[in-house]
Design a protein around this ligand. Structure first.
Ligand code: SF4
Length: 411
């Protein structure tokens, strides 16, 4: 099989993994004339977008899509009837360097089906990164998928070469994993996450001596959870995420709407990918990480533990907590302002800077990039006070729901 055909199969097989967007690595470049490529802190890779709107990409492939395991949600499972392929280590190295030189990619995301054993597979994955870094002085971004049961020395070596390591938790509940991925061991996954965390902590420590701690995955670790393959509610998913962030200091949890993969197992729901649900989970995750909300505030009180799909989770929280509003923008704390629907973090910073020198009026909201209709029922400004009746009306929520649209007839 030629490399082009392998690439078609193995890039396609990798597309279901959402955990490869990246950020926060160390800065490297090859301006000293040695090596190839560069990375800059804070840049995302793998179809993510830079602040200027530029799409940043990476070569996202599997070393092989053959796998001994039979995880029902995975297109590469042993019982799946898909064409199989396997790259050699040198083929992935060459592809990465060629694509990099041609400016197609800025890094590599490498994962693999499990072949022979966890150690053998991990050794193969690490060999690609080792070769890129040590023989070709590749300075671009490398994200490696970690195989949970792999030996500690291999994990340590992976962290030496990779910018980011990830290991997918797959589904939020242990019972679902036992049903959908019987060979996977949730304890092994968590144990490996714990080992990664220890190594990340060690690498981050600033020892009193001049010896620097060994380099270990400067962009941290991430994971992915599949949404909709089992019956877990949003509340369960978000609780699992909160635990993962707390226990393992993950950089990101990625949510991936389960899509009925080709040749899907009959044990899985035949539904369209729940993309809006995935979006609401990302919004809720954002609220936990950057807006000071805890899981209970976001997820409690919803039917069956599911976030509403028609309004965003912050607005849903504000509507359930109307007694806390309206908030006086002139005197509210930063924490309170962050809870106002329509107020983003940058907008809150601008409000705080602006109110030091002048009072904020309705007309200023556009300048502060705040959606006026969303925010006005919840705030007091120098020339605006919402009527108490408006905040109390049962129909307030309707104001924010998307308008129904007439479907076309298609002819
Ligand atoms: S271990 Fe499971 S999820 Fe990973 S490639 Fe194999 S079948 Fe897919």
């Amino acid at each position: 099989m030629d490399v082009q055909r392998k690439l078609e199969i193995l890039a396609d097989a990798a597309k279901y993994d959402a955990s490869c967007a990246s950020s926060g690595t160390e800065q490297r470049d090859s301006s000293d004339g040695r090596g190839l490529g560069s990375t800059a802190p804070g840049m995302g890779i793998c179809h993510s977008y830079a602040p200027d709107g530029r799409c940043i990409s990476l070569l996202k492939v599997l070393l092989t899509n053959a796998c001994n395991y039979d995880c029902l949600y995975c297109v590469n499972r042993a019982s799946s009837n898909v064409p199989r392929a396997r790259f050699t280590i040198d083929e992935v190295v060459k592809l990465t360097l060629d694509f990099y030189r041609r400016n197609y990619i800025e890094g590599l995301f490498l994962s693999s089906g499990i072949i022979r054993s966890a150690d053998y597979t991990m050794e193969q994955v690490v060999s690609v990164a080792r070769k890129l870094r040590e023989e070709h002085h590749f300075r671009g971004y490398i994200h490696l998928k970690t195989i949970p049961e792999a030996d500690d020395t291999l994990i340590a070596e992976a962290g030496k070469y990779a910018d980011r390591l990830s290991i997918n938790i797959e589904v939020p509940e242990e019972t679902s994993l036992a049903k959908l991925a019987p060979e996977k061991n949730v304890r092994a996954i968590r144990r490996t996450m714990g080992r990664l965390r220890l190594k990340l902590d060690e690498a981050a420590e600033k020892p009193a001596t001049k010896t620097r701690p060994p380099r270990f995955a400067p962009a941290g670790q991430s994971t992915q959870m599949i949404v909709g393959a089992d019956g877990a509610s949003d509340q369960t998913i978000l609780t699992t995420s909160a635990n993962l962030y707390g226990a393992y200091r993950l950089k990101r949890v990625y949510y991936s709407a389960f899509s009925p993969i080709p040749d899907a197992s009959r044990a899985l729901p035949l539904i369209a990918p729940p993309l809006v649900r995935e979006h609401r989970l990302y919004q809720a995750d954002w609220l936990m990480r950057f807006y000071g909300f805890d899981v209970g505030e976001i997820a409690d009180g919803h039917e069956n533990g599911m976030l509403p799909l028609d309004i965003d989770p912050k607005l849903a929280w504000a509507l359930r907590n109307r007694q806390r509003f309206p908030l006086d923008v002139a005197s509210a704390s930063r924490e309170e302002l962050l809870r106002v629907p329509g107020f983003g973090r940058k907008a809150v910073d601008r409000i705080i800077a602006t109110r030091r020198i002048t009072s904020i009026r309705v007309a200023d909201l556009a300048r502060l990039h705040i959606p006026r209709n969303k925010a006005l029922p919840f705030i007091v400004l120098s020339d605006h006070r919402p009527s108490a009746r408006l905040l109390d009306t049962a129909g307030l929520v309707e104001r924010f729901k998307p308008k129904a649209t007439q479907l076309g007839f298609g002819f």
